[in-house]
Design a protein around this ligand. Structure first.
Ligand code: FAQ
Length: 302
């Protein structure tokens, strides 16, 4: 079957199938940005591993941060099936020529932020990524299945951190509310610009890469999250929130902030990238040792 017939039949495109250049390019862009987000996304939470309030919390947080590294690995591997090299993608990230999600340019000021990231950021990631399990490109769709299962666990652990804080002292509850106040709007921005300003959505949806528009997914996230805030006893910081016809109508986030953060002007952009580049350089000897070991093994087998 040719490309368009496979897309029309809602089938899967596999790495060796013929595909238009634009389809390949769009996938490389989106999968690379997604992979970069996973590994840069390790930093805000990694910041709290040494300060987690108990051994149990520390063990859970370490496992979560390691999961994010694993997601980066599946996604870089999925991108490589499209004929790009992981080292080149990392160069593009490090030189600022490829993007990563705006959300990871905000600081984690208190322990409640770790709960808010799990609950809201992983929650938003699930809403965005579950439909990607049905993406028309096979390797990306298959990578998403496992990623979504792990994100589900992450979302619950974040909610449980906040639930514990909300049922603790008044100071702990106030800390949880402050985290929600700061993370709510950036979480809404994760879904991208509004549909009227989204440059790629229409074509990506026609190709079956994206299954829903940015605004549809944002609405789904709000509908899912507001009742959860009620269970926590927290107030979503939006005076315009009303329940109407089965949906929560909400105030749109300030998209000028999204564009500004994406341009590199968020509170943590410079630090995140500098930390990432340093980690990469410090890890050069590990990559060299692994390559030397693999070469030796191959020579022995020959
Ligand atoms: N941040 O035309 P659209 C996670 C860019 S993973 C930065 O609407 P598209 C797990 C966009 O790239 C989070 N840039 O674009 C975790 C494009 O720029 P370009 C990452 C953004 O691709 C949890 C331009 O704006 N998830 O959280 C953002 O159709 C906790 C125009 O936008 C994914 O990457 C943004 N928020 O839709 C990890 C999911 N929004 O390339 C650690 C896969 C838009 O033309 C801890 N990606 N841009 O220069 C997607 O679903 C899509 O790429 C969207 C954007 C929905 C993000």
């Amino acid at each position: 079957m040719d490309f368009q017939a496979t897309i029309d039949a809602d089938g899967r495109i596999e790495p060796r199938d013929a595909m238009p250049d634009g389809y390949r390019k769009t996938l490389i862009r989106q999968i690379a940005q997604h992979a970069h987000s996973e590994i840069i996304g390790m930093q805000p939470e990694g910041n709290w591993i040494s300060r987690a309030p108990s051994l149990r919390r520390k063990a859970i947080l370490m496992a979560k941060v390691q999961d994010e590294a694993g997601h980066g690995l599946y996604l870089y591997a999925a991108a490589e099936t499209l004929g790009v090299d992981r080292a080149d993608l990392l160069d593009l990230l490090h030189s600022g020529r490829q993007k990563y999600s705006s959300i990871f340019n905000y600081p984690t000021l208190t322990w409640a932020d770790i709960g808010a990231i799990g609950w809201l950021v992983d929650g938003a990631a699930i809403v965005n990524q579950v439909p990607l399990c049905r993406c028309s490109y096979g390797p990306y769709a298959r990578a998403m299945v496992r990623v979504c299962k792990e994100e589900s666990f992450h979302q619950r652990q974040g909610f449980e951190i906040l639930y514990t804080l909300c049922n603790g002292t008044p100071e702990q509850k106030a800390m949880a509310q402050d985290a929600l106040d700061r993370w709510w709007w950036p979480s809404l921005m994760m879904f991208g610009p509004p549909d009227t300003a989204s440059t790629h959505s229409e074509q990506s949806m026609a190709w079956g890469i994206k299954r829903h528009s940015n605004d549809e997914l944002r609405q789904r996230f709000v509908d899912m999250t507001v009742p959860q805030a009620d269970v926590l006893g927290l107030r979503v910081p939006d005076d315009g929130l009303v329940y109407e016809d089965g949906h929560y109508r909400f105030t749109e986030p300030d998209y000028t902030e999204l564009y500004d953060v994406v341009k590199g002007n968020g509170p943590c952009n410079q630090g995140r990238l500098a930390h990432r580049v340093k980690a990469h350089e410090d890890g050069a000897w590990v990559r060299e040792a692994a390559a030397a070991y693999a070469a030796k093994k191959e020579a022995r087998a020959a």
